[in-house]
Structure formats: C-alpha cells, structure tokens
Design a protein around this ligand. Sequence first.
Ligand code: WTA
Length: 654
Amino acid sequence: MSVEPSSPSPEIENLLAESRTFPPDPTFAAQANAKADLYEEAERDFEAFWAKRARERLDWSKPFETTLEWELPFAKWFVGGELNVSYNCVDRHIERGLGDKVAYHWIGEPGDTRTLTFRDLLREVSKAANALKELGVEKGDRVAIYMPMIPELPIAMLACARIGAPHTVVFGGFSAESLSGRINDCGAKVLLTADGGYRRGKEVGLKHHADEALASTPTVEAAIVVNRTGHEVHMVDGRDHWWHDIVERQSDDCPPVPVESEHMLYLLYTSGTTAKPKGILHTTAGYLLGTSFTHEAIFDVKPDDVYWCAADIGWVTGHSYIVYGPLANATTGILYEGAPDTPAWDRWWQIIEDYRVSILYCAPTAIRAFMKQGEAWPRKHDLSSLRVLGSVGEPINPEAWLWYREHIGGGRAPIVDTWWQTETGQILITPLPGVTTTKPGSATFPFPGIDADVVDGDGNSVPRGGGGYLVLKRPWPAMLRGIHGDPERYFETYWKRFPGMYFAGDGAKRDEDGYFWLLGRVDDVMNVAGHRISTTEVESALVDHRSVAEAAVVGKKDDISGQAIFAFVILRADQEPSDALAVQLREHVAYVIGPIARPKFLMFVPDLPKTRSGKIMRRLLRDIAEGRVLGDTTTLADTTVVDTIRENSGAAEE
Ligand code: WTA
C-alpha cells in the first residue's frame, strides 16, 4: 500500500501487496510426488541431485561419465552418455507392459477424435522415421515441421528423434516468410507439413504457405504432406509426398539410434523484438531429464492421470510439456486441435468433463478470456476430476488466479504458476503443489537445484522487499546450449549484462517471505516521475476491479513526469464502458497501490494486440498511445485488433 521506495531509487518498485495465502491441503500433501526434502537434497550438491535422477529416470544405451562440464556460458550435461529420446518416450513403456495405455486422446476441432496408445505411437513413429530415412535423412540432418495440432505433429518430432535428426517446429500460424527464414537458418533437408487444419470453424491452409516458402529454400529436397482437411492442394512432382503414401507403406520396425547426451534434439526459434529470430538450441539428455522430472514433480502426475497442456506444440510449452516431458513419464495426454470458443465458450470444459481430465496447464491469457465470458460456462460442466491447475506464459494477475482456483478448480485444486522460457527448456520457478503455500500472482520459489536471484543494475542481490532483474546463477540440465550458428549473440543476449549470470530479461521482486513475483519484461518497465513501475502490478490492480477482465498498461511520454501511465482495459462481458467507470478504475489503482500508479489515460478496448502465443504486445500499444506509426507487426496474431483500438483512440481521456 505504500509508494515509498523500499531502497534508494530501486531498479523496479515494489508496489502491490498480496496477503492472501493458500497452504497445501494435507491430504494432497500426503500423497504428493514431490516432498520438501528435495530442496535440501539439491542444495547439498546440485550436480549429484541431477546425476542421481538422470541414472534413475532415463534409460541409457551407454552410461554417462561426467555430470557437468561448465565453461560459462557453455554447459555440457551427462558427458560420455548415449541414449535415444524416442526410446525413452515410447518403447520402454511398452517393454514395461504399458503398450495399451493411451498416450494421446486427440480431439479435432470439428469433433472428430483419435486415440493413440503407446503401441500405436511406436508403430506410427517407426514408420514415419523409416519414411525420413527413405528420403535420405540421416543422423544430424535437420527436419522442419509445419503442422496443425494433429497427432502427426508429435509423431513427426519423435520420428526425428528416433534417427537423431534435429527438428525445428514452426508454429502453423506463421507465414511463408517466417517458415522459409527458419528453414534457411537451420538448413533443413525435409519439410513435414499438412494440407491445412481447423481453427474457429474455418479451414486454415498450410500447404500453400509451405509451397511459397519452399520456393526460396534451396536445402529442402522433399516434403511430406498430411491429408487433414482433404482440400485440394498442389503437389510438386518428385518433391512432395502424401503422408498416407510414403509413411503408410513403411515397415513398422525402426531401431532407435543412440546419440550422445549433447546431440542436438531441436531448434526452436523465438521471434523476439529484433529482426532475426534466434534458433534456440536444445540437446538430448539434460533436456529430457529436466522436462520429465519437473513434469512429474510440479504437476504431481500419477499413472492414471489425464493431463492436458492446452498450449500449441509449436511453442516451447508444447515441446516440453505436451511431448517430451509427459511422454517420458508415460502420461496420458489430451491434444486438442482448435480454439477455446468453438463451437462455444465451454469447449474446454466439455473436453474436461468428457475425458475426466485431472491436470490442466494453460496460459493467463486464456484464463482472462474465460473470466471475461463469465462463470456460467464452466458451471454447466462437471469439472470435479481436476486436481492440479497450472499457469504459464505471462504473470498471472491475482484476481485471475483466484477466479481460476474458484471456478475451474472448485476451490480445491492447487495452482502451480510456473515461470520459465524457451531458453530455459524446463520450468525453473514454481510451487510444488504438496509443499508450497501459494500466494495468488507469485510463482513462489526456484525449483530444487535452481539458483535464481533478483539483482540490481550492478548485479548485487536485492534485499527482500525490493525489485530488480531476474538472474540464474548456476546451470540446469534443460538450459539452452546456444543460439544456432551465433555463439557471440548467445553470449551478448544472455550472459553479458551480469557477468557470471544468465539474465532472463524479466523484472522480478522478492517479498519479505522470499517469494518471487514476476514483473514482466524489463523493456516494458515504466518510469513515472523517477519511479520505475512494472506493467504487471498496475495491470493486476486494474484486473482486481470486478468490472475488469484484462488490462495492459504502457508508458506514454509526458512533459511533467517523464512518462505517464496509459491503460487499455477489457471489461467483463456484462459491463458497459462509461466515463464514470474510467474514473472509478483509475481511483481503484490509486487505492490499491498508491497515487503514483494512477493511470493518467484509460481506454476501453474490445481486445488487445497479442503474439500468437498469447502475450500482450505492449510495444504496439506504446505506438498507439504515442500516436506513432506501428512498428513491426509480423508476430501479431490478429491485425484487425490494432485498427479497432486506433479507431476508438479518441476515447482515451485524462
Ligand atoms: C514470461 C514460455 C510470469 C516471461 C514458457 C518469460 C512468465 C517469457 C511466466 C518466456 C510466469 C513465462 N510468470 N511471466 N509464470 N511464464 N513468462 O519463451 O516474461 O514463450 O521471460 O516461454 O514469458 O516466454 P516463452
């Protein structure tokens, strides 16, 4: 409630105080996979902690000799070992009698379904791998994948892993240009794609984008095309093959190829804000260990759980927590192709009821969208099977957290707010659901073995109660190994700002109890009359008001205060915008966190510009607030949104 800086001119102010706490339910705690002693074990010797789990959890063709070789900023984990990821994700479960267990329940948007057991998965992965071999793909060759959310997508990834061919998955919503840029950066030999997919009741074409991309990708020799929509597409003779021809006719026997621990498993490109996307490099053993262990510990996954991570596999969340982590744990997962509002806003709740989903992992952007539509939608369904809820991708506002807990989790299921990045590969800051007392909006504590800190501009640890920059001070198994083809940029981007530490680019604070609170990207921090104010805290104060579903704030140039706070607000569906409400909301922020954070401008909007993975693009909102020409919009999911906001921008008033 105070606006006094907690130390002289802190890097980022600590303004928002949240006092509600939720201790773990004793019954849940008693049966939880992860217990409090993990923290102590990991602190005693973090290398031994990971080494023990690498031996227990992974199946090796050749055991490793050295746990960690660390030559900052380059890490090598489990050196000397050899293993195969697809063997660890599929074959070994069948050998242990789980062949008939469901690996994926797939649900197409139009309502068609498919069920794949681990035995089915082995057959399909082996055939797809043999098809790649027929096309000349060998260990080390790169393969690009550009598909909708259909079973062939994880099958394609595992087929690559089976023969040691690194993949790069390009999200199906990206343009031809993005696709060709990524293919050329990694020099892919083959492209796996589909004719199209379904989204919001419409067929979305993929093959024509792929054709356009392949016109300028000299390294691609062949393409395999899944027939998803049946829509007529152009097939290039000698280059393009239908999946149902070339894959179906293969033998279902394809021995997994053992690869070294540090063999490249995949590249995943992050668009970032600058021109050239970065190919984030992940390798084999450390990545598989980091994702599978965190998955089991954080989501408390048990053999009979039905687990649903509702991200797209095209993002890292899908790579780590739809494909590799869960499959290594022999988990039954849901794969849903389409949008949450198709045919209506209860599609997810219907799926949870139908499949008795017990663990749900999704993004705050989805939760706020559901919140906007109101609780009548989830109330129509039996959600009593849910026992753990997860959140990822952005800071979750305390009010959205409470809504999620109450209306989706029945006030019963613990929430794990998980902080991590494409670069980190695995979750790094998170509660353990049977151990941690949670606070709405806080990602709580570093996972066992992870050394995270909040530092000031000089790299000194900020005392409790203060804000600053989030850094990691010790390597972890699933960390990125570099940026493809650009070691210099890898060092400059992540390791240069604070010597000896990985800088994540995020602001964070720690409260008096040591809880971590993520404050958004440091590039978005606002400077109001000398106070460095995080967007997250002001947004959460707005969402705290019962009329508000979602908010985004940015700094607008101001003669007096340097920057003034400009708020864009989405109301809940049953609320009407009015000048009186705008005044009320500004006062509400002043009341919750102090007058310094009161937005000078406030505008009601129907929607916000977001990236395709659902993050708010504040950079574009700054352009709108300043009345500037829009910057680069290539990563924007829906371009009509900014036009609508602009048309209304006269409505923003002081
Ligand atoms: C943000 C997604 C607050 C953060 C796995 C990070 C979060 C970026 C959280 C990485 C969270 C992710 N709380 N912020 N729980 N999770 N972020 O690479 O800014 O798509 O740096 O990876 O998302 O996004 P990416």
